[in-house]
Design a binder for this molecule. Structure first.
Ligand SMILES: Nc1nc2c(ncn2[C@@H]2O[C@H](COP(=O)(O)OP(=O)(O)OP(=O)(O)O)[C@@H](O)[C@H]2O)c(=O)[nH]1
Ligand SMILES: [Mg+2]
Length: 266
């Protein structure tokens, strides 16, 4: 739908971003959402935004959550949001939604799952649709994450569905990548095949309540023994049921440990 104040050119889009600078810095969610739309529509790059918005005061940790459709990534995200908010920190979520253009389905599910956070000013949720070339989504993610950093969010979570090439690309922007799996989806074997064993800093076997999680965990550990992403970091394999938040604080602790490890390296 054409909106009367929607910029028509890249130049005017960048002008709008420049005008948004103060409001973005103040964490105005309506303006942040507008800026994100401009990033998507015009594929604005961080290198174009930086002269307009400056360096963020601090860079928030970027937590990537990936895994096959339906394993419980959004449910896990929701559990993490609850924990992060309990600690008083703010969090922004970027959900990469490959299906929205086709079905509009997955995002709707996420909307319902995350909707109780919508009135919380310290939680910002934004979806980005897959479109265009492989690098497009990755660039858009990079730019939106940069805007969220300027806006001062304490934490950023990126959720991607699946483990295809563009997801792996997107996950490169994350400081810590968590791969979520679930029993009964042939996931242990699939994961080993699909190359997720190379991208995870930690693994969560979700839906423990359904049974079979231990077996998947052992299988994942066996695969991990064969393919180390970082010889100095042994990815923890956690088990939980995120629907009832069982094991969620152990997940957040493991994420924090990896972020600390990363920081200690830099
Ligand atoms: N039994 C059980 N079901 C769960 C658990 N966590 C999530 N689910 C269910 O699994 C389904 C998928 O959960 P989502 O969180 O939407 O999964 P997702 O990985 O984000 O899915 P996509 O974004 O569509 O790929 C939902 O029906 C959840 O209620 C759990 O711990 N136990
Ligand atoms: Mg989801």
């Amino acid at each position: 739908m054409a909106s009367p104040d929607k910029p028509a050119t890249r130049e005017s889009a960048l002008k709008s971003i420049a005008n948004f600078a103060t409001d973005i810095g103040n964490g105005d969610q309506r303006i942040i959402a507008k800026a994100a739309s401009l990033v998507e529509d015009f594929e604005l790059m961080v290198s174009e935004l930086k002269p307009l918005l400056g360096e963020p005061a601090k860079s928030p940790p970027i937590i990537g959550i990936t895994g096959s459709p339906g394993v419980g990534k959004s449910t896990t995200t929701n559990a993490l949001i609850n924990l992060i908010r309990k600690s008083g920190e703010s969090v922004a979520i970027v959900a990469i939604d490959p299906s929205s253009a086709i079905t509009g389905g997955a995002l709707l599910g996420d909307r319902i799952r995350l909707s109780h956070h919508f009135s919380d000013k310290k939680v910002f949720i934004r979806s980005l649709a897959t479109r265009g070339a492989l690098g497009g989504l990755s660039n858009a993610t990079d730019s939106v994450v940069y805007i969220l950093a300027v806006a001062g969010f304490d934490n950023v979570i990126i959720e991607t569905v699946g483990v295809g090439q563009s997801e792996i690309e997107v996950m490169r922007h994350a400081d810590t990548v968590m791969v979520v799996l679930a029993p009964g989806m042939g996931d242990g074997i699939q994961a080993a095949k699909a190359g997720v064993m190379e991208i995870g800093d930690l693994y969560l076997i979700n839906k423990e309540d359904r049974g079979g999680a231990e077996e998947v965990a052992r299988e994942v550990e066996r695969s991990l023994a064969l393919s180390a992403k970082d010889p100095n970091w042994k990815p923890p394999v956690l088990i939980g049921s995120m629907e009832n938040e069982s094991g969620a604080s152990a997940v957040l602790d493991a994420i924090q440990s990896h972020l600390n490890y990363r920081r200690s390296k830099n």
